[in-house]
Design a protein around this ligand. Structure first.
Ligand SMILES: Nc1nc2c(ncn2[C@@H]2O[C@H](COP(=O)(O)OP(=O)(O)OP(=O)(O)O)[C@@H](O)[C@H]2O)c(=O)[nH]1
Ligand SMILES: [Mg+2]
Length: 535
């Protein structure tokens, strides 16, 4: 990974001709060593704690932060936002790029809470694999199951980490059984736990036939005796790890551990390096783009503003889908046709960053910009194509924003626009000129909006209820939409991109409106690129 030292952008345009057109063997080797994966699970299973330990095992940080510790001691890298630190939950996906054991890892720690699921779903468009974390006492929980289904739909191979083995847990065989029956997925344990609960001291690697324990155990130790019997059963009853069925999504390699006690984490990191999938092909509207293609393409899947409170920056996170990115290149934003110069692409390490002089397919890079780049944007060196599958879902809760200090109306307008572009909430501006509305999947998003508006923009707000219960994106003939808008008046709004949205007061009313307007399509999912290409 080539990383420059300073943030100054001394490179100007025209640098594109210094690199080779054809994909060199070098680039192919570079791409093959990328491991880009998301950590997913039900809230509280230990994703952020595991992330910290993975970073430390990878040599990336000296001292892993602790999610449990309060106040100053609580310094995980991944949960950096004020509200995350206050509440001990993850609110946004955190991106971390580091090099270890010959591989470049792009690790994305996702929020587990349902209310932030849009952020997690978008992240899943940018990864090649997912690590599913399971709480050993609780087994498969609702969100884990849902996220698993999304991964399956997108053909994302899954590695399983059974966490919290340091506590009273379910029996490992029962856990594996639950995974395979609940998810219809074969389980191949790669490691096996040595000891249970407070006696849990390490793992045995079933493939490498070696122990990794925190203390030396004699052969007469009851844990070792129990191990012998269990291993016979494991070998007799469970499938061996098989790379092909893993890649096809039929089988998950399983690792046991305790993130908090730092057990089993290296096993997982080794597994990711050894057989974690290499960068995969990405579906676009016109064709499938292979990671090995020479020309650069990238997909913006996440926007994050104000990560650095001193700079009021706005970073677009893009997954490089093919080719090689070189600092100084200019890429076409396919949606607008604009050329975007990459003066200072960056690798992120949660909130910290370094200039990326070059990056390869699989990498996640941050691109500082002032609002040009949007979620779902495709950046391309040459060809006009649009990556698909970055969706927005119709919100389930709509609220009108109430501003107590009228002097701050302009500031609020700008702040809402920025935070909506980030996907914190969805923004709807009623066409009748009444105050803006926000739409969310869950109410925690509203808390985040209030906290961030106050903290980052100094704009305190409240919410009022509205008669509207649902929002639908409208598409169809332009004249028809115009006519419909005029008829509806109060129920019409523009979303953050200026696209028309119909807001209904009940399911019945929505159905009736749809019947009366057969020429229009009402959508509860917005996937711009897919829609544009279909039009
Ligand atoms: N006993 C035990 N506790 C753990 C372990 N791993 C994490 N925890 C605790 O579980 C709680 C949740 O951990 P997080 O890492 O924040 O969980 P998360 O999955 O990132 O949660 P969200 O991001 O909010 O979905 C914290 O109190 C951790 O200290 C473990 O291996 N053993
Ligand atoms: Mg977390």
């Amino acid at each position: 990974m080539a990383v420059g030292g300073d943030a100054a952008s001394d490179l100007s345009s025209g640098v594109t001709d210094v690199y080779d057109r054809a994909m060199s063997t070098d680039a192919a080797t570079e791409i093959a060593r990328r491991r880009t994966f998301a950590i997913i699970s039900h809230p509280d299973a230990g994703k952020t704690t595991l992330t910290e330990r993975l970073l430390r095992a990878g040599g990336a940080i000296q001292l892993a932060g602790n999610v449990r510790a309060k106040g100053e001691r609580r310094r995980t890298r991944s949960d950096w936002m004020g509200i995350e630190r206050e509440r001990g939950i993850s609110v946004v996906t955190s991106v971390m790029t580091f090099e270890h054991a010959g591989c470049v890892f792009n690790l994305l720690d996702t929020p587990g809470h349902e209310d932030f699921s849009e952020d997690t779903y978008r992240t899943l468009t940018a990864v090649d694999a997912a690590v599913m974390v399971i709480d050993a006492a609780k087994g498969i929980e609702a969100r884990t199951r849902k996220l698993f289904e999304i991964c399956r739909l997108r053909d994302i191979p899954i590695l399983t980490f059974i966490n919290k083995m340091d506590r009273e847990a379910q029996d490992p065989f029962a856990l594996l059984d639950e995974v395979s029956s609940a998810l219809a997925l074969d389980t191949a344990p790669v490691t096996w736990p040595v000891g249970r609960a407070s006696e849990f001291v390490g793992t045995y690697d079933l493939r490498k036939l070696r122990y990794r324990t925190t203390i030396e155990l004699g052969q007469s130790d009851p844990r070792m005796i129990a191990m012998g019997e269990e291993l016979d059963l494991v070998r007799g009853a469970l499938p061996e790890f098989d790379e092909a069925s893993f890649a096809a999504g039929h089988l998950t390699p399983v690792f046991f551990g305790s993130a908090i006690r730092d057990i089993g984490v290296e096993d997982l990191l080794d597994g990711l390096a050894e057989y974690g999938p290499k960068p995969r092909a990405q579906p676009a509207d016109t064709r499938i783009v292979e990671a090995s293609e020479a020309n650069l393409t990238a997909l913006v899947f996440k926007i994050q503003a104000n990560m650095d409170p001193n700079h009021r920056d706005r970073i677009a996170f893009a997954r490089v889908c093919s080719g090689r990115l070189v600092r100084g290149m200019r890429l076409k934003q396919v949606r607008t046709g604009k050329l975007i110069p990459l003066h200072a692409p960056q690798f992120f390490f949660a909130r910290d960053r370094q200039i990326a002089d070059e990056a390869f397919a699989g990498d996640v890079v941050g691109i500082p910009n002032h609002g040009t780049l949007r979620i779902g944007d495709t950046l391309s060196e040459i060809e006009d194509l649009n990556f698909v599958g970055v969706p927005y879902f119709a919100p389930e809760i709509l609220r009108r924003v109430r501003l107590s200090d009228a002097m701050k109306a302009k500031k609020l307008r700008q702040a809402l626009q920025e935070l909506a572009e980030e996907g914190v909430v969805q923004l709807f501006r009623p066409q009748d000129g009444s105050p803006p509305m926000v739409g969310v999947v869950g109410t925690l998003q509203l808390d985040v909006l209030v906290a961030r508006l106050a903290g980052e923009y100094g704009v305190p707000i409240g919410f009022d209820t509205t008669p509207f219960q649902m929002a639908r994106w409208i598409s169809g003939d332009r004249a028809l939409i115009e006519k419909f808008s005029q008829e509806q008046r109060t129920g019409m709004a523009d979303d953050v991109d200026g696209d028309p949205v119909f807001m209904g007061t009940s399911a019945f009313m929505l159905r009736r409106t749809m019947e009366l307007n057969p020429g229009l399509t009402f959508r509860d999912i917005k996937d711009f690129r897919a829609e544009k290409s279909a039009a």
